[in-house]
Design a protein around this ligand. Structure first.
Ligand code: NAP
Length: 264
């Protein structure tokens, strides 16, 4: 399968490029960067490997030559990549997080003409957590307060993390409510007692933490806590490539990692 990596010089982009090269049945056909100044650079030089003869191209060209493009960049870049995917009919794997409602609508629209897999977290462990959280929330009534705590490295730009919001959505689904109606993302000052049914978020940032998430169900007399701790970005890379391979022979549409892992 011919795979392209947008943002190939990024933290995730570099790891992805190396992993595609090392995976049987996959061919790294190119990458793109934010500025045109990078066009023509050998990707081997970017990822500290030998000269590969595989060059950075424009993103348009990448979508023309790849069967699937993997995208861990920024919401703005990913939205225009979704339009390119629809134009070229190329599969798109979206790992980028932090989309606005309007940006998400563009992705949904693009998925009418391309296979798109979008997941705020590509790891198997976190996707299992989504399933378990939904199940626990369905089992417990709203005498259990749901709080979601996450910590990431100091350079992360969006908060709460896409994974924390995904966990919130899973909990809300289990409860039969919409996350937007019950989410409390920021608490500061004299805010009064916690509202019944609220799903709260708390965000920590620091150091080089790859990603830690806990969902807490707290009631009078007991507390259930379920956590996932990532110590290497490799888990996201593996998941993204699994998703890319999975898109072969799939019909146009917007899919999740739950679909890829058959957890839905
Ligand atoms: P990063 O190191 O900043 O990498 C992003 C790369 O994208 C940078 O090289 C950036 O270039 C490039 N880029 C920006 N705009 C572009 C454009 N228009 N065309 C091509 N490349 C462009 O960030 P990261 O840590 O890899 O994370 C990237 C995203 O993935 C974030 O949203 C993060 O939350 C998400 N993420 C998701 C998962 C998951 O499992 N779903 C896991 C980890 C991270 P410049 O540096 O020149 O701006």
């Amino acid at each position: 399968m011919k795979i392209g990596v947008v943002g190939c010089a990024g933290r995730m982009g570099q790891m992805l490029s190396r992993y595609v090269l090392d995976t049987d049945g996959c061919e790294l056909v190119g990458g793109s960067e934010k500025t045109d100044a990078a066009i023509g650079k050998d990707i081997g030089d970017i990822i500290q490997r030998e000269h590969l003869g595989v060059k950075v191209s424009s993103t348009e060209e990448l979508f023309e030559k790849a069967d699937a493009v993997i995208d861990f960049t920024t919401p703005k870049a990913t939205v225009s990549n979704a339009v390119l995917a629809a134009k070229a009919g190329t599969s798109l794997i979206i790992g980028t997080t932090g989309f606005s409602k309007e940006q998400q609508e563009v992705i949904e629209n693009a998925s009418k003409k391309a296979v798109i897999v979008q997941a705020p977290n590509m790891s198997i462990g976190v996707n299992l957590l989504f399933t378990l959280v939904e199940k626990i929330a369905r089992t417990l009534d709203d005498s259990y307060d749901i709080e979601i705590l996450e910590m990431h490295h100091r350079n992360k730009v969006d908060a709460p993390s896409g994974t924390a919001l995904g966990l919130g959505k899973a909990a809300a689904k289990g409860r039969g409510v919409e996350l937007d109606d019950v989410a409390e993302k920021v608490r500061n000052g004299i805010i009064g007692a916690r509202a019944k049914g609220e799903i709260g978020f708390a965000t920590l940032r620091g150091g080089d933490v790859v990603g830690e998430h806990s969902v807490i169900f707290a009631s009078n007399g007991e507390r259930i806590e379920i956590s996932h701790k990532a110590s290497s970005r490799e888990i996201f890379v593996k998941g993204a490539l699994k998703a890319a391979l999975w898109t072969r022979k799939k019909h146009f549409g917007l899919y999740s990692m739950q679909d890829v892992l058959e957890l839905s």
